[in-house]
Design a protein around this ligand. Structure first.
Ligand code: T4K
Length: 369
């Protein structure tokens, strides 16, 4: 990466000396993976920090999605959003499940509950929404539909680390929530992720599933996979957890500065704080109305890029436009008008803990030019 580039995100890195001390402990112990002591410590500390009853660490944010579907024995069709990172729908495909796309609600970029019932068929077994950009979905309306039709709910909460609604973690909603701790996320373990579940029994089953299905040395209880987090990344995660609140606060200040500077720019809209929500400021999407703004989203994106400011068009194209999924009956523009509109107008401005005032001023100036 060029030195003078401002990228959409930048990883939160632990202090190198502290990390080296922990590496020394790992070296001394010679225990490098398979539920080691740092792994146990991080699971405990994360469950406390996130205010969730049970949590299982994973090697990335995609495998808990895939494994949750196995754990809940989901089959047939699953209702989901096209406005996400492609991993959400790939997890269904890897389980032989047919994704059924439902349009989104532009007020939170999540699945629109008012449109879910019309997509339910006798084959529907679950709903897989995404708290996109860390904005909470309408979890109450989604759960009501799930209860009415006997469906499971798995939240892809990859963006929702630490997000709370009225003091309660959003990760407690639904049957299972999954997190990504990828380097590009608010909280990262380089690669990594987690699954949040409600009871000890499910946690036990998930822990078997992420370790090939082994319940003990000689018993395999299910066709599991290998998606364990190792000791090196668990140690890195322990250190990063100590500084994540400061990183979220630094992001909040960037969001505040963007909002103050861009509020009156014709043709630019963005999210304000949501009442009762503890946000994590994981992304700062703006939406460009080309007619009112005078330039298209793509023109702005290219101009910023030419000035070494690398915003990203998350999430363009829609998942439903990729070759694997575009033949599905639910993948049409007619079925997904709001998702198309957002995907064609969104630009995520750089948003991370290390942006300084000069960076923000430069980015704002490029938008306002
Ligand atoms: N569900 C949702 C809703 C997700 O958003 C994701 C992942 C998942 C599931 C799956 O979780 P994981 O299996 O990935 O844990 C990135 C990430 O790779 C991906 O984790 C993330 N979502 C997605 C939204 O974004 P790219 O291809 O856009 O990343 P990349 O490599 O272009 O990086 C973006 C910028 O970040 C770079 O321009 C600079 C900066 N960067 C990146 C890396 C990797 C660094 O400064 N250092 C780094 O090491 O996908």
């Amino acid at each position: 990466m060029a030195d003078n580039q401002i990228t959409v995100t930048s990883p939160l890195l632990p202090d190198l000396d502290e990390f080296q001390q922990m590496l020394k402990e790992i070296w001394d112990s010679k225990w490098v993976t398979n539920n080691g002591s740092f792994h146990k410590q991080l699971e405990k500390e994360l469950a406390e920090y996130l205010k969730v009853p049970y949590l299982s660490l994973f090697t990335n944010g995609t495998l808990p999605l895939i494994t949750s579907l196995q754990a809940l024995r989901i089959t047939g069709e699953v209702i989901t959003t096209p406005y996400s990172f492609v991993a959400t729908t790939h997890a269904l495909w890897w389980n032989g499940i047919k994704p059924v796309f439902v349009d989104i609600d532009p007020s939170n970029c999540g699945i629109n509950p008012a449109k879910i019932e019309a997509a339910i068929t006798p084959k529907t077994t679950a709903i897989m929404p995404v708290h996109c950009y860390g904005k909470p979905c309408d979890t109450k309306a989604i759960q009501e539909i799930a209860d009415k039709y006997g469906l499971k709910v798995i939240y892809d909460a990859a963006h929702a680390f630490g997000v709370e609604v009225n003091g309660k973690s959003i990760l407690n909603e639904g049957d299972i929530s999954t997190l990504s701790f990828h380097a590009t996320k608010v909280y990262n373990t380089i690669e990594g992720g987690a699954m949040v579940m409600k009871d000890e029994q499910t946690k036990k089953r998930i822990d078997y599933l992420k370790n090939f299905g082994f319940a003990n040395e000689t018993t395999v209880v299910a066709p599991g996979i290998n998606s364990k987090m190792d000791e090196v990344r668990a140690a890195y995660g322990i250190l990063n957890l100590r500084q994540v609140d400061a990183a979220i606060e630094a992001r909040r200040k960037v969001a505040e500065a963007y909002r103050a500077a861009l509020r009156d720019v014709p043709g630019i809209t963005f999210f304000d704080e949501m009442p009762g929500v503890r946000s994590n400021y994981s992304y700062f999407p703006i939406f460009v109305d080309a007619e009112k703004f005078g330039r298209s989203r793509d023109e702005l994106y290219e101009e910023m890029k030419a000035a070494n400011v690398l915003g990203r068009r998350y999430f363009y194209p829609l998942i439903s436009e990729f070759s694997t999924y575009r033949g599905l009956p639910s993948a049409t523009r007619e079925n997904l008008p709001e998702a198309y509109k957002l995907a064609e107008t969104v630009l995520c401005l750089p948003m991370h803990h290390a942006l300084n005032t000069e960076d923000v001023d430069l980015i704002v100036a490029l938008v306002k030019k």
